[in-house]
Design a protein around this ligand. Structure first.
Ligand code: GSH
Length: 221
């Protein structure tokens, strides 16, 4: 892979972080090009058929969808992050999808219109993390010592929790010691640290405060 890589990004996008983490793990230099998703430029709509970030421009060719970008990078640049065994790889792909569903549940939480819906959404997120707790058996990462793409998918999920916990105790990880240990290990990983701006917590807090949601109201208290 010789041509320069460009990651079309948005500062708050968790899917962009997945791709940035994988690029960093593989030691691939890349340029981030941020777009305003509230006012999408024409060049962006030409390379992003769904109008979403991330897009990876690889030698000028656009690749969209974060999971596809991660898989492409894994197939083309060492070290391999996915397991070599097809059955384990298939299971990892399932948990990547689970991570995407968790991001949707997080959006339901921060958009919840009232306290009852907010607490229901928090309980739903806790239930999902209980499922994750059941499959974590080999610390420090998702599948043992080897950092994998599922780790890159969950690290941005945990970044949300860091900010939610500043607002209140929602018990999303209550009693889930293996998930907490995994979260702590991911937070120390250089690729994870580099995937978002140091201002990310403040930017996310400002975004959450503007939602007009129950969570926004709590932030005003
Ligand atoms: N399935 C996509 C989801 C990407 C996504 O939802 N990106 C959001 C930002 S985090 C976006 O671009 N939203 C703009 C829009 O939907 O108009 C992926 O995995 O890449």
């Amino acid at each position: 892979m010789n041509a320069p890589l460009v990651l079309v990004s948005h500062a708050l996008c968790p899917y962009v972080q997945r791709a940035a983490i994988v690029l960093h793990e593989k030691g691939v230099p890349f340029e981030r090009r941020d777009v305003d998703l509230a006012d999408k430029p024409d060049w962006f709509l030409r390379v992003s058929p769904l109008g979403k970030t991330p897009v990876l421009l690889a030698g000028g060719e656009p690749i969209f969808e974060s999971a596809v970008i991660c898989e492409y990078l894994d197939e083309t640049v060492a070290p391999r992050l996915h397991p070599l065994d097809p059955l384990r790889r298939a299971r990892h792909r399932g948990w990547m999808e689970f991570g995407s569903a968790l991001l949707n549940a997080i959006a339901v939480f921060y958009n919840a219109p009232d306290e009852a819906a907010l607490l229901r959404a928090a309980a739903d997120i806790h239930r999902r993390f209980r499922q994750v707790e059941e499959v974590l058996h080999a610390p420090p990462y998702f599948d043992g010592a080897h950092f994998c793409i599922v780790d890159a998918v969950f690290a941005p999920v945990f970044r949300y929790l860091d900010v939610f916990e500043r607002i209140g105790d929602f018990g999303m990880l209550a009693g889930l010691t293996r998930v907490e240990a995994w979260r702590a290990a991911l937070a120390l990983r250089p690729s994870v640290r580099a995937a978002a701006s140091p201002h990310y917590p403040e930017l996310l807090a400002a975004f959450l405060a503007r939602r007009g949601s129950a969570l926004s109201s709590r932030m005003e208290e």
